[in-house]
Design a protein around this ligand. Structure first.
Ligand code: SF4
Length: 222
């Protein structure tokens, strides 16, 4: 570990000052209070992600970003050392936003990849502006998981990952009748999309029936 600390002289936007190596970054407010401690494989790239317009996808990042005035760095030789140091500093400073950002990860959303030719329904922790439709957030992961499993089975939607169907034909999901196999042209596109639409209605209805708690992200239970 290199016990060297540097701060961006021109404020947090000056992420060029961040070293391109593993380490820990410490975000502070105007009073010097530690707001957040994080580790990174590439400090510059990680810290830069906070100051992009959409942050890194986590809801609390935008709030954190507005409060940060300085970012300090401690470089390490390895990622493992960075992880150990991060843990030590979080215990020492108990930064408020480490707790808030951890809470973001507690919530899960249902994502429908409408931007894809044959959309998928899946669970995600982060929402991005990628053309997909999102439902939730769900505070009970098991409920969300069961819901997604149910719609995938009921409407035989594809499970293969990626924007495109598997190029090499149907997989075991087709064999067990769990997928309508658009990869093999076994279902017309408009019929597949109609099934996706029904799946979305199903998820939406579940949300409205309070099987999920859409406001919970703003007022999480301790
Ligand atoms: S059967 Fe085809 S479309 Fe369905 S999950 Fe398998 S590879 Fe994907």
């Amino acid at each position: 570990m290199t016990p060297m600390t540097t701060a961006s002289p021109d404020g947090p936007q000056d992420t060029v000052a961040a070293p391109r190596c593993p380490g820990v970054y410490i975000m502070k407010d105007t009073a010097g209070q530690v707001l957040y401690v994080g580790k990174a494989h590439d400090l510059r790239s990680r810290v830069r992600s906070y100051f992009r317009e959409k942050g890194d996808g986590r809801p609390s990042v935008a709030i954190l970003r507005d409060k940060v005035r300085t970012v300090e760095y401690v470089t390490t030789r390895t990622d493992q050392q960075a992880a150990l140091l991060e843990d030590k500093l979080i215990k020492e400073y108990q930064p408020r936003y480490n707790i808030d950002l951890k809470d973001d990860k507690r919530f899960i959303s249902v994502k429908v990849t409408l931007q894809e030719e044959f959309p998928r329904v899946l669970l995600v922790h982060q929402r991005t502006d990628d053309g997909a439709l999102y439902f939730g957030p769900f505070t009970v992961t098991a409920t969300a998981r069961a819901l997604v499993r149910a719609v995938l089975e009921k409407f035989q939607l594809r499970r293969c990952t990626g924007a495109h169907c598997r190029a090499n034909g149907p997989c075991m999901y087709a064999q067990i009748d769990a997928c309508s196999a658009p990869c093999a042209g076994r279902i017309p596109k408009d019929e597949y999309l109609a099934r996706v639409h029904k799946a979305m209605l199903h998820v939406q209805r579940a949300q409205e029936l309070q099987l999920v708690e859409p406001q919970a992200a703003k007022n999480p239970e301790p």
